[in-house]
Design a protein. Sequence first.
Length: 273
Amino acid sequence: MSGALPPAAGRAHLVASPPGTPASHAVEARNFSFWYGDTQRLFDITMQIARRAVTAIIGPSGSGKSTFLRSINRMNDLVLDTRATGELLVEGRPVYGAGIDLVLHRQRVGMVFQRPNPFPKSVFDNVAYGPALNALVPRRDLPEVVERCLRRAALWDEVKDRLDQPATGLSGGQQQRLCIARALANSPTLLLMDEPCSALDPIATQRIEELIVELKRDYTIVIVTHNMQQAARVADQTGFFDQGRLMEFGETEQIFTAPVHERTEAYITGRFG
């Protein structure tokens, strides 16, 4: 089944929505839409993302997954001529509300990108950069922060004797874990990951997936991925995006074994995308 979506498919079928009041959700979208210029990329997205869980966003290329992810921490502001309607809340606070402190917001909402992007600095300075810039801790406490975050990113034992060496000398998988440690150093509550394993080999991918599962004990994680197996392995909840619409959202096991929407089943089984 391919081609344009039927008119009835404009709104997601919500399956097994997490219980609780809106205040219990890390992220909530209410009829959220987004435009690049005259082109609408997201249509009336409504979903609730639970705290301290992994939520995967899946869907074909161009379906709006990354646009939604980047809306959560306002990275789309870097593109000229964009606008949003509806509501998008993080910890109950409007992301597009008047007077939002974007610096503070982006401290709370960490971001890990598709390809590792360490700063051209030492391993130590990569992790210490955010806390030092934002004066989150006294400078004398930076070594403790760096060690703690590298341990959380399962990287300390591999780099503890290389802290003063360039981060660009690390392997791809190590660089990605360093970027995760760098994000954690700002003490976020929410961690966004946009295809974090697409540039990594299978062994490095496994390390990152194990780390994601470990980190959800203390952080809310939203991950965009094209890898269906990865979503099934790490995610508690999964949302399927198609042509800018959230078609289905619910518990990962149910989405993968008994999807309600025909388009969801077609994508998961590889009939398109």
